[in-house]
Design a protein around this ligand. Structure first.
Ligand code: F6P
Length: 546
C-alpha cells in the first residue's frame, strides 16, 4: 500500500501559505490577548493526562490545516495497518506490534504467545520477589541488567521513575557501555550469591552486551558463584544464542517488537522485578489505554495525533530543529535519554518508503534534563539564545516517595513544600519563556552585579528576554505504573504519526549498522597495529592510541 507523502498534498501547500501569511510574526502574547479561550481550545485530554498546547506556536487555523494534512496522508489507515499487524516495517518485512504486548488477552494479534510469556515471566518475578532481600544464598538482592539501546533504556528509565513502587529488598543496576568501567563499578557492589544477571538483547549478538555478559560470567565464576542457571537469565528473541551462553531460563519475544519499543515485552523483566506483577500489569494497562485513545479518539481530540502534527509543523514550517524535554519530576530523569532513542532512531531517516531522498527535514533532536537541574545548565540558552527551542514540561500534581510512612510529619511537610517549589519552578519557566522581559522593564530593575563601566541601557539589553518562546505542558496527577505506561505509549504513537507523515520507515535502524561493521574490522588492528589499507586519519589515530 502506498500513501501520499506529506509534501505532495494540498494541505502542505496550504500550510506553507498559512505560515507565510501568519507564521512569521506569530506572537504568543498577542494570540492570548486576542483569544481568551485559547487554553480551553488548545488543551487535549488523554488517558492519565491533560496536555496544554496553548503555548505552542500555532493556532486553531494552523491546526485545521494540519488535520487536513493528516487526513490527506491517510493517517488513520496507516495507524490501523500498524495495529492490525501489517508488515509496515517494509525494509525488514516485519509487522510493528508493540501495542499487542499490552493488549488484554484475545484482543490483539499473537495474543496467546504474548500472554504465555507474560504469565511465565511474572511467575518467575513472583518467585524472585518472594525471597528478595533475604540473607540465604540464592536470595536475590541485586539485579544487574546487561543490555544496551532498547534493551536498556526502557527499564533504566522506568525503575527510578517508579521508585515509590520498587521492592525494598532489591537494588537495580544497569550496565550498557562496552567500557568496562560500567560493569566494574557494579561488580564492586554485588555478591554472586545474591545477584541476578539479566542478559537483555533482542539479537543476543550485540557486541557491547555480549562482552559485558562474558565478563560478568567470568567474575561470577572467579568469585565462587554457584549455579549459573539460577543467577543468569536472558530476555531475547535468540533462544539458541542464550542457550549457547549457558543460560537455561529465557524469556522470549518476537521480531515484530522493535528494540526501542520493547520495554513492554520480556525486556521489561527488571521493571517487573522492581514493581511486581500487579504494577507491571498496571503499566501495560496504562499503555493500552493510550493505544485505545490513539485508535479510537477522533483526530481532533487525539493527543498523539496532535503532538505528531506539532512536530511536523515545527520541523518543516517553523524550522525548529530540536525540542527540549523537561520533566519536573526527578524520577523521570532518564526520560529524555529514552526518548532520544525512540524519536531519533525511529525518525532519523532521509529516504521515503520508495527510497527517494526526502526534500524536507525529518527527526528533530530530542534532549533534556529534569527540572530544576536543567534551569542551572541550559535554560540560559532557551531564554536568550539565538535558536528557538520548544520546551516540553511534564508537571506532576502529587509527589511520590518510597515508604512515606517512614518519614516524620515534619519531614513530610518540608518535602511537600519542596514539591510546590518544583512545580512553581516549572510554571515560572513556561511563563518566562512566553512573556520574556522588555528592555524597559529591565531598565527599571536594579541589577546588583551590573558593571559600572557600562551604561544602564546597555546592561538592560543584556537583561532583556525576547519571550514568545514556545512550550507545552503535560499534566499528570501522579507518576505511577499506569500513568507512566500511558506517557511512554503517547510518545511512541506521536513518533509514529510524524514518521508516517514524512513517509519514512520509523521502524528500521540501518543507520547504526555501518559503524558496527567498521568496528569489527578495526578491533584486531588495535591489537596488531596493522594499518594496511586504512585511510590516513584512522591509521594515525590507531598509531596514537596504541
Ligand atoms: O542501536 C541499534 C540497536 O539495534 C537498537 O535498535 C537496539 O535497541 C540495540 O541496538 C540493542 O540491540 P539488541 O537488543 O539486539 O542487543
Amino acid at each position: 500500500m502506498t500513501y501520499p507523502r506529506c509534501d505532495q498534498t494540498v494541505a502542505w501547500s496550504a500550510l506553507s501559505g498559512h505560515h507565510e501569511a501568519h507564521g512569521r510574526d506569530f506572537d504568543l502574547r498577542q494570540v492570548f490577548a486576542d483569544n481568551p479561550d485559547r487554553v480551553t481550545q488548545l488543551s487535549v485530554s488523554a488517558p492519565e493526562m491533560l496536555a496544554d498546547l496553548s503555548r505552542a506556536h500555532w493556532d486553531v487555523a494552523t491546526q485545521h490545516h494540519l488535520l487536513d494534512l493528516a487526513r490527506e496522508c491517510q493517517i488513520e489507515a496507516r495507524r490501523d495497518a500498524m495495529l492490525a499487524g501489517e508488515p509496515i516495517n517494509t525494509t525488514e518485512g516485519r509487522a510493528v506490534l508493540h501495542t499487542a504486548l499490552r493488549a488484554p488477552r484475545g484482543e490483539a494479534p499473537f495474543s496467546d504467545d504474548v500472554h504465555n510469556v507474560l504469565d511465565r515471566m511474572l511467575a518467575f518475578v513472583d518467585g524472585v520477589r518472594a525471597t528478595a532481600g533475604g540473607t540465604a544464598s540464592g536470595h536475590i538482592r541485586d539485579v544487574v541488567n546487561i543490555g544496551i539501546g532498547g534493551s536498556d533504556l526502557g527499564p533504566q528509565m522506568v525503575v527510578p521513575a517508579l521508585d515509590a513502587f520498587v521492592h525494598a529488598g532489591l537494588n537495580f543496576h544497569f550496565v550498557s557501555n562496552v567500557d568496562g568501567q560500567d560493569l566494574a563499578a557494579v561488580l564492586r557492589k554485588v555478591r554472586p550469591e545474591h545477584t541476578l544477571f539479566i542478559i537483555a538483547s533482542k539479537t543476543f549478538t550485540t557486541q557491547e552486551t555480549m562482552a559485558n555478559a562474558q565478563a560478568a560470567k567470568q567474575w561470577f565464576i572467579e568469585q565462587g558463584g554457584q549455579d549459573i542457571g539460577h543467577h543468569f537469565v536472558a530476555t531475547t528473541t535468540n533462544v539458541v544464542g542464550a542457550a549457547e551462553f549457558g543460560i537455561t531460563t529465557t524469556f522470549g519475544f518476537w521480531d515484530w517488537v522493535g528494540g526501542r519499543f520493547s520495554m513492554w515485552s520480556s525486556i521489561g523483566l527488571p521493571i517487573a522485578l522492581a514493581l511486581g506483577s500487579e504494577h507491571f500489569r498496571a503499566m501495560l494497562d496504562g499503555a493500552h489505554a493510550m493505544d485505545r485513545h490513539f485508535a479510537e479518539a477522533p483526530l481532533a481530540q487525539n493527543l498523539p495525533i496532535w503532538l505528531g502534527l506539532l512536530d511536523v509543523w515545527y520541523r518543516n514550517f517553523k524550522g525548529y530543529s530540536s525540542r527540549c524535554v523537561s520533566p519536573y519530576h526527578h524520577g523521570l530523569r532518564r526520560l529524555p535519554a529514552y526518548l532520544q532513542q525512540l524519536v531519533m532512531e525511529s525518525n532519523g531517516k532521509r529516504v521515503d518508503a520508495q527510497g527517494n531522498a526526502v526534500p524536507y527535514a525529518t527527526s528533530e533532536v530530542v534532549w533534556g534534563e529534569p527540572g530544576t537541574n536543567g534551569q542551572h545548565a541550559f535554560y540560559q540558552m532557551l531564554h536568550q539564545g539565538t535558536d528557538v527551542i520548544p520546551v516540553e514540561f511534564i508537571l506532576v500534581k502529587h509527589a511520590s516517595y518510597r515508604d512515606p510512612a517512614s518519614l516524620s510529619p515534619a519531614l513530610r511537610a518540608l518535602l511537600k513544600q519542596q514539591h510546590h517549589m518544583l512545580l512553581a519552578n516549572g510554571l515560572a519557566q513556561a511563563q518566562a519563556l512566553m512573556w520574556g522581559k522588555t528592555a524597559e522593564e529591565a531598565i527599571l530593575e536594579k541589577a546588583p552585579t551590573a558593571s559600572k563601566d557600562l551604561p544602564p541601557e546597555v546592561i538592560a539589553r543584556h537583561r532583556t528576554f525576547p519571550g514568545n518562546r514556545p512550550s507545552l505542558s503535560l499534566l499528570l496527577d501522579e507518576v505511577n505504573p499506569r500513568s507512566l505506561g500511558a506517557l511512554v505509549a503517547l510518545h511512541e504513537h506521536r513518533t509514529f504519526v510524524s514518521g508516517a507523515l514524512w513517509g519514512i520507515n520509523s521502524f528500521d535502524q540501518w543507520g547504526v549498522e555501518l559503524g558496527k561493521v567498521m568496528c569489527k574490522e578495526l578491533l584486531p588492528r588495535l591489537a596488531s597495529g596493522d594499518t594496511t589499507g586504512l585511510d590516513v586519519a584512522t591509521a594515525a589515530m590507531i598509531e596514537r592510541l596504541r
